[in-house]
Design a binder for this molecule. Structure first.
Ligand code: NAD
Length: 516
């Protein structure tokens, strides 16, 4: 990522101070769920406050992985990591569900207590996104990621006895994680996978490996101190595509879970192992003539600007029916986004979307220098300037503008004028590429909602709110940063990482049997 685009350290310190002050003010407030519920009623709003008191950490640089390779989850080779995770799996098995609960409690606690420090490390290392959101993502995972409470057995009881369906672990899971949420993905995966009784070996994105290692080290150290088990989460300290391929093939790995873009999703789908694939998205938004335009504008900004549009569920392009198009553009301005004129849109497009690949594989992608950068950086590239507090840029484009089909992951959103809702829904469908990932509609016409829901058939479909509500942020439900789309498991939970086992007891314990 271009060094010049990273915020300077004084900016970072001031953001950290602001976040610390906000968290302190929020500490005695209601728990996450009730805060989020009231937020939902009020429309898009800040996310849930911390539930655990904490002290501000001393600033520290990311720890170089090399300095602690070989313990607390940090390994130099795939084979060593898998062997350690296998040993940890056997130890975890002996501690039962209560052991899993205790291990997860440490991960959740650290994720909340160390959110500022670890979020700052992630921001400094990856140089993408927005610091307050890096911190918030870790905190929310600590509060809302689903744990052992999801592990419910089912029972069938009848004249011929009992059948109990239990959810058993796979063993060691191999996980590949993205740069967009390096430690948050590992944290959510670890909670769900351990709740399901598994252990995990992670091959993180190379550009987020240091914060990944630091988080994993802290989790393992705390679990080891309390339960005497090390390496429930093992991590490859120097991850490469080769180590990812080795993990895919390793005999000790029973299941793969990948979170990332098209290349890794394809690799996982083609692997010989069962894979949970959380692949790319390009979420479209439809705004029809029945929408509350101001609410729609606030929602689009809240979702699309979150962490500078890095979320795979974030609003990426907006299709608006022509009768409300101009009013919608005004509503976006009122809500705080900055509009680019056609010349500025063209200038930004020329710099922020680039060609890659050869021959038949040649296609357009987002330019790395702009992914996850602030709106002010994009504005400069467009030949203009915006105030530092502007979170999102927007502008009218034709449907042929590359920002429409490309997953841009930066805070500029194209708006496309459509004749009517049918055209808007059809164009939204085309722009989603059949990923069946996420879609959003702002409408009070239930027929348009149904039409869009049926045609796009996405894993998340949000109505009248920001995309983040689909992950339970300002909406209902639980959170995970691995949303399994092509393989169909949806927002992953502990049950995603389990096998079904049926235990059948024939006739015994039944009156019929006893009477004979
Ligand atoms: P990326 O695809 O560049 O990298 C993701 C991970 O896959 C990294 O660890 C990378 O090293 C690895 N990888 C890449 N190609 C590989 C290959 N051929 N074989 C093995 N491993 C490979 O993605 P990124 O930039 O880190 O993250 C952004 C992408 O991830 C976006 O497309 C976004 O939509 C997607 N994403 C999806 C979800 C979801 O839950 N569905 C969540 C977050 C991000």
């Amino acid at each position: 990522m271009a060094q010049a685009t990273a915020p300077c350290s004084t900016e970072i310190q001031s953001i950290v101070r602001q976040v610390i002050a906000e968290l302190r003010a929020a500490a005695p407030a209601a728990n996450g769920a009730s805060a989020a519920n009231s937020a939902a009623a009020a429309g898009p709003a800040p996310l849930a406050p911390a539930t655990v008191p904490w002290t501000p950490p001393a600033p520290s640089a990311p720890v170089a992985p090399e300095s602690f390779v070989g313990r607390h989850g940090i390994f130099g080779s795939v084979d060593e990591a898998v062997r350690a995770a296998q040993e940890a799996f056997l130890q975890l098995e002996r501690l039962g569900v209560e052991g899993r609960r205790k291990a997860i409690a440490h991960i959740r606690r650290i994720s909340i207590e160390d959110a500022v420090e670890l979020g700052t490390m992630e921001f400094n290392e990856t140089k993408i996104g927005r610091l307050p959101h890096k911190i918030e993502k870790l905190k929310i995972l600590g509060e809302r990621s689903p744990g052992v409470e999801f592990m419910r057995s089912e029972v069938f009881s009848g004249d011929h006895g009992l059948a109990v369906i239990e959810h058993a672990p796979f063993g060691v899971i191999g996980a590949i994680t993205p740069v967009t949420h390096s430690l948050p993905t590992i944290t959510g995966n670890a909670v769900s996978m351990i709740a399901g009784g598994n252990t995990v070996v992670v091959n993180p994105h190379p550009s987020g490996k240091k914060v990944a290692a630091e988080g994993v080290r802290r989790f393992n150290q705390a679990i080891h101190r309390d339960l005497g088990i090390d390496n429930l989460i093992a991590l490859i300290a120097e991850p490469t595509l080769e180590s990812a391929a080795e993990l895919f093939k390793h005999r000790g790995v029973k299941l793969i879970c990948v979170t990332g873009g098209p290349a890794v999703a394809k690799a996982a789908l083609e692997s010989s192992k069962r894979a949970i694939v959380a692949g790319p998205g390009n979420p479209p938004v439809v705004v029809d003539e029945t929408a509350d335009l101001d609410r729609a504008a606030r929602s689009i900004i809240a979702g699309a600007a979150y962490d500078n549009n890095l979320l795979c569920i974030a609003e990426k392009q907006v299709f608006v029916v022509s009768s409300v198009f101009d009013r919608m553009m005004e509503a976006m301005g009122r809500a705080g986004a900055a509009r680019l004129n056609p010349t500025q849109v063209d200038a930004l497009t020329a710099r922020a979307i680039v060609w890659t690949g050869e021959g038949a594989h040649r296609h357009q992608v987002a330019c790395k220098d702009f992914i996850g950068q602030d709106a002010s950086v994009l504005a400069r590239a467009a030949g203009t300037g915006v105030a530092s507090e502007v979170e999102l840029l927007y502008g009218e484009t034709s449907v042929d503008n590359p920002f429409v089909p490309v997953e841009q992951m930066m805070p500029f959103v194209p708006f496309i004028r459509c004749k009517d809702a049918d055209e808007a829904i059809r164009r939204a469908h085309e722009s989603e590429h059949g990923f069946r990932h996420t879609a959003i509609i702002h409408s009070h016409d239930v027929r348009n909602m149904t039409k869009m829901g049926r045609l796009l058939d996405t894993t998340l479909f949000v109505k009248n709110g920001p995309s983040t509500a689909g992950l339970g942020l300002g909406g209902e439900g639980y959170i995970s940063f691995s949303i399994a789309t092509p393989t169909g498991e949806g927002v992953t939970t502990p049950l995603t990482f389990t096998r079904q086992r049926r235990c059948t007891l024939v006739d015994d314990l039944r009156i019929l049997g006893a009477a004979e």
